[in-house]
Each structure stands twice: as C-alpha cells, then as structure tokens.
Design a binder for this molecule. Sequence first.
Ligand code: ADP
Ligand code: MG
Length: 732
Amino acid sequence: MSNIRTRALEEFKLHKAERFYEENRPVSEFFGTNVFDMPKMQRYLSAEAYNAVVNAIENGEKIERGLADQIAQGMKNWAVKMGATHYTHWFHPLTDATAEKHESFVDPMIGGGVFENFKGSTLIQQEPDASSFPNGGLRNTFEARGYTAWDPSSPAFIIDQTLCIPTVFVAYTGESLDLKTPHLKSISSLSNAALPICKMFDKNVTKVNVMLGIEQEYFLVDEAFYRARPDLMICNRTLIGHTAAKDQQLEDHYFGAIPSRVMAFMKDFETEAYKLGVSLKTRHNEVAPNQFEFAPVYGEANISTDQNLMMMIIMKKIAKKHKLKVIFHEKPFAGVNGSGKHCNWSMVTNTGVNLLSPGKTPRTNLQFLSFFASVMRGVYEHHCLLMSSVASLSNMNRLGGGEAPPAIMSIFIGETLSRLVESIEKLTDKNLTSSSDKEVKVRSKLHIVNQIPEILPDNTDRNRTSTFAFTGNRFEFRAVGSSSNVAQSTFILNAVVTEQLIRFKELVDKYMKQGLAQDKAMMKVIRQYLVESKKIRFEGNGYSAQWHEEAQRRGLRGIVNAPDAYKEYISKKTIELFEKTGVMSKREAQARYEVMNETFVKKLQIEARVMGDIITNHVIPTAFSFQNTLINNARGIKELFPDDYNELCTTQLRMIRKISGYVNELHLLIHNMIEARKVANVIENEAQKAQAYNDTVLPYLPKIRVIADKLEMIVDDELWTLPKYRELLFFR
Ligand code: ADP
Ligand code: MG
C-alpha cells in the first residue's frame, strides 16, 4: 500500500542528523563577518563618510548625496570582496514578511566587458515596481509609485551572496506602507518625550533608546511529512489531526535534552546568525513536543527587529538543508502549546542608564518610578489597542488557550513592587517625599544547603500567565505572535508610553508652578499614574476563569476576535494618540485597518479552501476505502456464515453506518461553509467582510475538524493519507 503518507514515512527514514557548516573556530573569530558594521565602515569608508553615518545613527542627521556615493562605494567594495553579486533594498511591507528585489552590481563598460557599480543614489532610494503590496488604498493606480529609502541605523548584511540594505517603504505621497517607518518614528518620539524627564536627573542625557530582546518560539517538522500535509504547506497549521496519545502532558519536553537532528540544525543556523552579527544567547526545548525557542541578547529595538526577521529567513533556509521545516505559526497543532514571540522591552539612556532598573532602593529611585508608572499608565489607557496590535487570525488561535496569555491586557509586577506601589498610592499630599517611608526591602540571599553557594533571588517571581510582566528591569509583552513582525506591537507600545511621558512632564511643570518642589511634583504625578492605572495590575493566575470575570468587573476590555480588535486601530482615541506622537496620520491608520481586515479575510479564505480540499480529496475518499473493506468483509462473512451473519458482523455494520454518518455530516458542513463564503464574498466593505468571515465561516473549521478527527480514529492506519500528529510531533 502506498500513499502520500507512507511515502513520506519512507523518506523520513533517510533523514539524519548532519551538520553543513562545520565551524571549529571560536565564535568571536567569525562573529559579524556578513554585516557591514562599524569596524568595517571604518575600514572601507573615508573619515568624512564614516562620520556622516555615525551622525545619522546617533543624531538622526541626513546624509548628503555626495557622501552617499562614497558610502555606496565602500559598501560595494566590501560586499564584492565577500562574494556578493547582487544587492537589494530589504523592507517590511504590511504582510509580516520581508520583501526584496535583487539587482546585479554589474554594469556594462563602453567597449565591452562589465564592472561592478553601486551609486549613492541607488543606495539611498529605489522604486520597487511592486504595485501589489498591501496598501489599504494609499496607492491609487495613478499614484502607484512606492519608494524604499535606506535606513542607515540598521547595518547592511549579506545573505546568499546578496547585499541586503534595510529600508523603509513609503508611497509617492510619503505615507508609510511598511512597519519600519512608524517604528522608527515611535522610537524617536519616545526619546524626545523621555529626554526632558531624564534631564531632571542628568543633564548629560541626549538620547533615550528603546531596547528589545525577542524570544522566538517555533516548531520543527520533518520536511517529508510537511509536504504530505496540504494544510501545513499552505496554511502553516494543521486544520485537522487527532491529538497523539501522548503529547505534552508529562511535561518532559520543556528544557529536555535537545534531539541530535535538531541540535545539528540549531548549530548551523546559529553559525549563520553569528556571521550576521546576531548574538544568540539561549536555546532550549519548549513545552510542546518539537517546539523550541531561541533568544538573542537584547539590543536597540529597530536593529533587534531587523535581526529577528533576518533570523526567520535564515532559519527557513538552513532548515531546508536539514530536511526540516520551521513553523512560525502561533498554533500549528491543536491540543499542544502554541508559539509566541516574547518582547522584552526597556528604555536606556545614551549614558547607559536603564530607566526601568529599580536599583537597590526602588523607593528612592524617582527616575525609575517616573518611567515605570508612565508605562503602566499608558498600557492601561490603551490596553485594547495593545491587544489589537497582536491580533491576527493565527494568533487568535493561541491567545487565551489556557497556555498562552489571555486576550486581556494585564500587568504583573511581582510582590516587592506591588508593596512599593501600594505604599506610594497611600501617600498624602502633605507627605510626598520619596525617601521618608519605610524602605521596601529587596530580597536578600537565599540559603539552601551548606555546600551550595547562596543565591540571589530576583525581585520579581515569574508569572507566565500574564500578558505584560515586569521582569526585574524590563517589561515583557508575551501576547505577541510568533509569526509576526514585532515592529507592529512595539511601535504601539512606544507611542502609548510616549503619550504618558509627555503628559508626565506637563503635570510636573504644572505642580511645580503651583509651588511644589521638583521631587514632590514628580512623586505626585507618579502617585496619580499608579492610582489611575490600578485596574491593569493583576498578580494572580491569568489563565483562570475568575480573572476573566474580574477583568470584566474592572472594565478591562479583552479581545473577542481579530476583526473586532482591529476597530480599536481607528478609534478616535487611537488616531489622537498616533497624531500626537507623530507615529502615523489618520489616513495611514485607516489604510492599515483596511489591510488588516483584508489579510484576515484572505487567510481565512485560504484555510477554508484547504479544509474543503483535505476533506473532499483525502478524508472522504479514505473513509470510503475503509468502508469498502468493511463491506467486503461483511459480504464475505455472509457468504461463509449466512446463519450467524448478524452476530458476526455487528461491528462491521455499525462502523459502516458510522462512517456514512460522518461522511454525510462532513459533506454538509463543507457545503454550508462554501455557501457562507459566497455570502461573505460579495460584501464590499473590508471590515464588514472580515467580521462576516469571522462570524459565519470561521466557526465551520473546528466543527469539521472534530468529525474528521473521529474518522481518523476509526479508519485503518494504513489507509490514512495524512501524516498523523505522532509523526509530525515526534520525529527524532
Ligand atoms: P526568560 O527567562 O524570559 O525565558 P530569556 O533569557 O529566554 O528569558 O530571554 C530574555 C530576553 O530578554 C533576552 O533576549 C534578553 O537579552 C532580554 N533582556 C534582558 N534584559 C533586558 C532589558 N533590560 N531590556 C530588554 N531586553 C532585555
Ligand atoms: Mg521571557
């Protein structure tokens, strides 16, 4: 018997652990070789050109066209020496993917032959003739041009002999068509808003950087099985498939020994990552079988984001060599944990002070309290928008699944800080001093047994159930989806905090005018912010049903579905936030809203089609084959034992009926789902269409799945054509 699954099983047996990039040198010797970083700029650029780049990075100053020519020359010389033949502007359209269009360096020479050429104008600007990127109506056919423009703050790099130049992507009118532009704008407005507050503590601060450390979760699946599953191939998730008898219930995968085939893959992709200047720090098994995670050391948000996207590209490429497939989807398998991208976020001054570090005496650390309270105030004010920033068809399958943060925003700050916050809330106007109160003790060393050295416990315990947790010197946004571009949620977080920092300074000034000393005025605003944002703080179990009730009582709005969440994007409050912080115009926000809804519809449409295909072309025919076996068996028995037929064929007859029943149900559900699509398809308004798809098409998917999974459990294993969960999740 040979079917697509048995062939995949045969192929799988041939796949073995093997490394392709044996690097025996210490990492420090090849780290960053494929990046045009500062040391290489120094080597390949004139002092003047180098200074121009540094100025652009540090002070946001424009690079003159003349100097750009020199920079382009230097960049090209380096790239060509590294074996690069092409270059591309590398950008992040509104698709969660990256885009590139390669051009060769070579130009013909007069009189024959070619030479490598790269002009400053080409470095700075390109016009990708790509009118088919999502634009939400920002580009009409008569103004269909779009430009990519060089972002000097993120270094160029080489992948596959192609020099990749990070760029923003904007329309002819200057409106952003990507995720990098609002992200960059939000980073600089946050800095501008934070500066006047920082200067109250240290006059030397001239810039505040947003820092991001991204933990990336992912699944690995054997390529042969992947190719035998149309749903994984096209939707990046399984639409049907009965759970394996054993998956994660024994909790034996988390932090377990990494399987050798996976280790070979990890080492290869880590080698490539190091060459690209990404300092990967951790790797481990995650909770679900075949789920893994890595995290690089945190860095500036713009660069961390680019690096994360680079890693996603590299991982896919390297996985191919290992006959593996990387799955970034948030919920590729039912019944086991989904994947997220935890975004560790903080603010650091150019003088090296982490503004979210409480230090030994958080109580007296007014600077820390100012920023800490502003984040909480902002997150509270725009909790719906923040959830909307992580909403997508795929992430909705994960959020609130009892293993991922719920689709409600809340902040966990831990016991020590909770006590501190409560004591500040109680301060009276007369007693606003920041140091008079009892010191909130930072926990001291833990003694375990004699021969074990004392350990220093963290100030906050972990709370994995929280959407947004303070983890000692940063906040961790855990609801972000594993397949997403984190710029989306980060620029919103930046904007939300910026708004409160602006207000913070205004309030301090106001109270000082009323006669309060600076530190008292600050403490008053801190207290006000903490009181105002009290409802967002939650220290309990975010997975529990009680929390959902409690959140409702507190008036915290969770998200029910993606199209509903998207509405927050164009609410009056949000537009005001975007405009005030300069992150986006109303038109840009509206365009994005269109794109989000459009993407939702398209993805769901694809899932529905693939479901139709799998059921009609795999599940039902397989069910019939098995039913035929039963029918033949019953017929044979009838021939041999005509008198005992009824008794001997009880099971067969029951199963034959059962299969017919399931097939009929499936057939009807698929038919109805198609009809629901037809109705939704004619709706013109994208938002209404997305809502209709969500309300009338989406509910069919789990209903169909349940029946298909029941059939999987009764049909002969030999006949089943799709690789099963035990194969997908337990390859070794
Ligand atoms: P966890 O214990 O949460 O699983 P990991 O070590 O896997 O932690 O990842 C934590 C991430 O947070 C890393 O990327 C780390 O560099 C990053 N990080 C640490 N400190 C900060 C900070 N101050 N700001 C931003 N990110 C940080
Ligand atoms: Mg973490």
